[in-house]
Design a protein around this ligand. Structure first.
Ligand SMILES: [Zn+2]
Length: 255
């Protein structure tokens, strides 16, 4: 059976002299692993669309076993510019790790694919601080792949905002100052003390439409606070960290 999807190549493993397994994050099927024959040949008909960070329309052949082989391709764009910077490249590989770990297969992910492409576009253009791109990616992706925190109001009294609030990353909720100090459930948990600006940033990234996500500005202080929360929240929800993040951070220390 043939199926046509739009997708981004985020992983590639060589098989023999001329074939590859491709990890493609797609709009209609989520994550798929695709066997691509003959793509290592220079100038082969599917070679361009099968390279890393290539966005393309893929016509896939679904075998009876459930696996996919590549039939034909129509290249849309290639984020090859990311490879010009080792920092951007290592961050893209970290993003790819998160996607591969979280995204299920046989599930619609069109909106998330659009967001991932926007993040990769920012990594390529490098007009924004890489730490800002990383934080927005982490928090947006994790909240939209099934780990949405309740940022609407204080978990106990339902107030919208307070001068001082407490965000519980493991539970994915927050309490106002009064409730945090009186509700027994809130005590003894991992917690970030936050103010209305931090809460606004979290709500903005979790709830805004894709187009607005890389268009807001934060001061360096809030960028750092947001970065700490986004990283902690993602790893708390997934129960793991990623070596590719450690590598990216080691590069930053070298500069
Ligand atoms: Zn409250």
């Amino acid at each position: 059976m043939l199926v046509t999807v739009k997708g981004l190549v985020i992983g590639r493993r060589e098989v023999g002299d001329n074939n590859c397994f491709l990890d493609i994050f797609t709009d209609k099927l989520g994550m798929v692993e695709v066997m691509a024959h003959g793509v290592k040949k220079l100038g082969g008909k599917n070679s361009a669309a099968s390279s890393m960070f290539s966005l393309a329309v893929f016509c896939l052949n679904k075998k009876n076993s459930g696996g996919y082989t590549l039939n034909s391709t129509e290249p849309v764009y290639n984020f090859y510019g990311i490879s010009k910077s080792i920092e951007s490249f290592s961050l893209a590989i970290y993003f790819a790790d998160i996607i591969k770990y979280c995204a299920t297969s046989e599930e619609e992910h069109g909106e998330l694919l659009r967001f991932v492409c926007m993040a990769f576009y920012q990594l390529e253009k490098q007009k924004l601080d890489l730490e800002f791109i990383r934080s927005v990616f982490e928090f947006r992706f994790i909240t939209h792949i099934g780990f949405m925190p309740d940022l609407r109001a204080c978990q106990n009294c339902a107030c919208y905002s307070d001068e001082v609030m407490y965000f519980l990353p493991n539970e994915g909720m927050f309490f106002c100052d009064d409730c945090y100090n009186t509700v027994a459930y809130a005590r003894g948990k991992e917690v970030f003390e936050i103010d209305p600006t931090v809460l606004h940033i979290l709500r903005y990234v979790a709830y805004s439409e894709n187009e607005k996500l890389f268009k807001f500005k934060v001061t360096p202080r809030y960028e750092k606070l947001f970065s700490e929360i986004s990283e902690y929240y993602l790893h708390a929800q997934l129960g793991r960290t990623f070596d590719t993040l450690k590598y990216y951070k080691s590069l930053k220390l070298d500069f």
